[in-house]
Design a protein around this ligand. Structure first.
Ligand SMILES: Nc1ncnc2c1ncn2[C@@H]1O[C@H](COP(=O)(O)OP(=O)(O)OP(=O)(O)O)[C@@H](O)[C@H]1O
Length: 224
């Protein structure tokens, strides 16, 4: 399994004690494309922060690629996260004054394994994969919403992650661009054997994934 949790519980302590995630046990198989749905406020983003190792304040066990990682240090988690996980958010968080290519290169430069030349070549390869290599040298703020989201997917792919996690990556797009992002995910899933876990409010998007995890009030109520 690429991702697994056993009995994850989380409480927000302030302003009052609030049991936000309750006994969350889930899994994503290698090569699986899974969506997460549930009403606003049910805990999807909170869960994604934990799964993506950015939040470590919880009880329970988290496994990535069959390795227990809930007991790792912050430094170890930063390395694991950079190597294993790609993120796509609702808002793209591109640096507007940087070029498209520079934005895509950032996570690889942070990891520091490769030369700048190699990272540049990899960045161009990812942009080509998403059909936007001709935008590489434009400033990020010059692009349309759909193009920006494709850049953020290229950025998520730069370190060849094992899994892509998304928090409403199509939430800010019109239906045409939304379909386009789904097709990109599907192609990465099929051709590159990439696993995906995508939080979405979009029924049509969720229906097309291999499986939908349904949440309600901090619990998982359905795995299929
Ligand atoms: N830092 C915090 N402190 C206290 N409560 C919080 C905090 N962050 C989120 N919450 C509460 O936890 C619950 C779950 O929030 P979360 O953002 O995970 O929901 P969500 O399912 O992602 O919602 P949406 O679909 O609207 O993005 C909500 O009731 C929210 O108000």
């Amino acid at each position: 399994m690429i991702l697994e949790t056993k009995n994850i519980n989380k409480h927000f302590r302030k302003p009052v004690n609030f049991h936000v995630l309750k006994d969350i046990s889930l899994w994503v198989d290698k090569g699986e494309f899974v969506s997460v749905m549930g009403k606003s406020g049910c805990g999807k983003s909170t869960l994604l922060y934990i799964l993506s190792t950015m939040d470590t304040d919880y009880e329970g066990e988290l496994f990535l690629n069959d390795e227990l990682i809930s007991d790792k240090t912050h430094e170890e988690l930063a390395r694991i996260r950079n190597e294993m996980i790609g993120f796509v958010f609702q808002f793209h968080y591109l640096l507007p004054e940087f070029t498209v290519l520079e934005n895509v290169m950032l996570p690889a430069e942070k990891l520091g394994f490769k030369s700048r030349k190699q990272i540049e070549a990899d960045g161009m390869e990812k942009l080509a994969l998403l059909g936007i290599e001709n935008q590489a040298h434009k400033k990020a703020n010059m692009l349309s919403g759909g193009q920006k989201q494709r850049v953020s997917i290229a950025r998520a792919l730069i370190n060849d992650p094992k899994i892509i996690m998304g928090d409403e990556p199509t939430g800010n797009l019109d239906s045409k661009n939304s379909d386009n992002v789904f097709e990109i995910f599907k192609e990465l899933n099929e051709k590159q054997d990439l696993s995906l876990l995508i939080v979405t409010h979009d029924q049509d998007f969720a229906k097309k994934t291999d499986r939908t995890i349904l949440m309600e009030d901090g619990r998982i109520i359905k795995h299929k």
